[in-house]
Design a protein around this ligand. Structure first.
Ligand code: ATP
Ligand code: MG
Length: 584
């Protein structure tokens, strides 16, 4: 296929008329979006009411809301059932004396009880913090103490392995509810059997009248650049979830949607739980870990129409080779989106050439609560770009002044910090116990993202790097992303992570860490070839001076390459917080 620097959308790409168009941009306001939501009968706004009960009370009552796949059980739950189950859970909480503002943590795999607990908690006004089940005891204790956990939902196995030993260090924790299939027979002192409590609970519940500004979610950041921060989100975030589900992910009522993220990360909650339910679609939940063959099978067998995944998964599928993809067919699939890290142009093209659809990168953060910048179905794709600001979002490139103020850079193609005009509904309302860090996120009207980017004349944003990762070499500012993307174009390269290594003469030299695809050996010839390839693409000033081969790159459990670890290891410095490091 001819590769150009733009992928133009044609009628073939737009089998379903996209929700987003220029008219939506022209007429958009958050107030009108808010009016599309039901609101609570007595006033107020509650995520669970919008996501579940609204559909359970209407014609979508019997439509499948969640379809669980995975090793343990396959199970479909309709909107009607999800409403009853989350009502029961809300009653369980009430019976235990837990209510408004109390914090519920979850530590489970992607099992039905997790989803029921999150929604039931919203119904009774609790604040939810889903933890990734692969965390070890220390990160669990730190987060639960920071969030003052009152109740934990976990499985017997995870409780005994990870929580029992730290329980006395979490004084706020009043109840542990054991969930999942093995919980039925478990008898562990100090815990309660969730199934029994659910069986005893009523399946009707009157939702607590939560207000838009009431806390709903605590989400910890990925820890890519340092110690994870606890971002606080409110029920009003549901307005963004609805809007982005519609305009960035283009959800239509008959879609079968699959978000591959775990709810332990914000993507797995905003788009793995809330947004698809808001739109009444069927949402696939896969309990298993990444496996290329199984993933292709899920896409095919489940007739997934809209797929939301991450660059790390796409790179792994690319590594698995095109034959595996070609052994499957995806006639129903119509839209693929990706988030979490920069998406190399190579990956966008791989989607187009191997799956028949280009991959749509979008950008957001734990702090933004929802997608802010996106390649949407109606927009031509410039591979390597994150797309345009969504309706209701004003994004800009800003420069910092010494006095702490910022200035918007009006000219296009200038690098600077990516900033968002404050006020979108899902903006974080604070960091747990860190008011100072929260204050630093803002300058006047602007929320500062900590990412560097540029905007082109068509309004597309291009990621340059995290402010901490940008390399200063001989007077040049080099974004690791462009160097990594150039290396990725070489057929041998599976993954690349680029850092600046201090150098007495030029400030920093560019060093690349590279993992190879199967069939390539990490030898001197290949190293020279890669340096030559990068020089041709990037010029000698930007190309890496050093390349080191690694079997794989250190990444967070959410799949992000941890450049700060590559750098710390290179320089023999302390590794810092590694609680989110995969395999730790
Ligand atoms: P921490 O803040 O703890 O260091 P983190 O920033 O990785 O971790 P998240 O909130 O999960 O935590 O990730 C948001 C960040 O991920 C963004 O600020 C950006 O650096 C990166 N990111 C997300 N999507 C994209 C994208 N499409 N392109 C480039 N970078 C992205
Ligand atoms: Mg961050």
């Amino acid at each position: 296929m001819e590769r150009s620097n733009i992928i133009r959308k044609t009628a073939v790409d737009l089998r379903v008329s996209p929700n987003l168009n220029e008219e939506v941009y022209a007429t958009f306001s958050w107030e009108t979006i808010r009016e599309q939501l039901a609101g609570l009968p007595g006033g107020g706004l509650n995520i669970a009411h919008e996501a579940v009960d609204r559909h359970a009370e209407g014609p979508r009552r019997d439509h499948t809301a969640l379809r669980f796949l995975g090793s343990v059980s396959h199970r479909d739950i309709s909107y009607g059932e999800l409403s009853s189950l989350s009502n029961r859970f809300a009653n369980v909480l009430r019976r235990l004396g837990l209510g408004r503002g109390d914090r519920l943590f979850t530590l489970t795999g992607r099992i039905p009880d997790l989803y029921i607990a999150v929604l039931g908690s919203f119904k009774n006004g609790l604040v939810v913090s889903p933890l990734f089940s692969a965390f070890g005891p220390e990160p669990i204790a730190t987060r639960m103490n920071l969030g003052e956990a009152a109740v934990l939902v976990t499985t017997p196995e995870l409780y005994e392995r990870k929580v029992a030993g730290i329980r006395d260090r979490i004084p706020s924790l009043r109840h542990v509810l054991l969930a999942g299939e093995e919980a039925a027979t478990a008898n562990i002192p100090g815990t309660l059997n969730l199934k029994r409590l659910m069986d005893e609970a009523l399946e009707t519940f009157e939702i607590a009248v939560t207000q838009p500004e009431d806390l709903a979610l605590l989400h910890f950041t990925s820890g890519t650049t340092g110690t994870p921060k606890g971002a606080m989100h409110v029920h009003a975030a549901v307005i963004t979830h609805w809007s982005t589900g519609k305009y960035a992910l283009d959800l239509h009522p008959d879609d079968v949607f699959w978000c591959t993220a775990d709810p332990g990360w914000v993507t797995g909650t905003s788009y793995g739980i809330i947004a698809p339910l808001l739109h009444g679609v069927t949402s696939i939940v896969d309990a298993g870990d990444f496996d290329a063959e199984r993933w292709y099978r899920i896409l095919e067998d489940q007739g997934v129409t809209v797929w939301y995944t991450a660059p790390t998964a796409i790179r792994m599928l690319m590594k698995a080779g095109p034959e595996l993809a070609k052994a499957h067919a995806f006639p129903k699939l119509r839209f693929i989106a990706s988030v979490g890290e920069p998406l190399n142009p190579e990956a966008v093209w791989w989607g187009r050439e191997t799956l028949g659809l280009p991959i749509h990168d979008n950008w957001w953060q734990t702090e933004t609560g929802g997608i802010m910048i996106a390649n949407n179905p109606a927009l031509d794709i410039k591979p390597g770009s994150m797309g345009r600001a969504l309706p209701g979002v004003t994004a800009a490139i800003v420069k910092h002044h010494e006095d702490g103020t910022v200035e918007v850079v009006e000219a296009s193609d200038q690098e600077g910090e990516l900033a968002l005009r404050r006020g979108w509904p899902s903006m974080l309302r604070g960091y747990l116990n860190n008011a100072e860090r929260y204050r630093q996120c803002f300058a006047g009207d602007w929320y500062l993202t900590g990412d560097l980017a540029r905007r082109d004349a068509d309004g597309y944003f291009w990621f340059v790097g995290r402010a901490d990762d940008v390399i200063k070499s001989a007077g040049h500012l080099i974004g690791p992303f462009e160097v990594e993307s150039a290396l990725m174009e070489h057929p041998a390269v599976a993954e690349a992570g680029v850092i600046g290594k201090p150098d007495a003469i030029v400030g920093e030299v560019v060093k690349a860490f590279v993992s190879l695809k199967a069939g390539y050996s990490p030898d001197e010839t290949l190293r020279k070839q890669l340096i030559g390839h990068a020089r041709k693409k990037l010029g000698a000033a930007v190309a890496p001076k050093e390349i080191e081969f690694l079997p794989s790159l250190p990444r967070t459990r959410s799949g992000k390459i941890m450049r700060r670890l590559l750098k710390a290891r290179e320089l023999g410095l302390p590794e810092g917080d590694t609680s989110t490091l995969e395999g730790s």
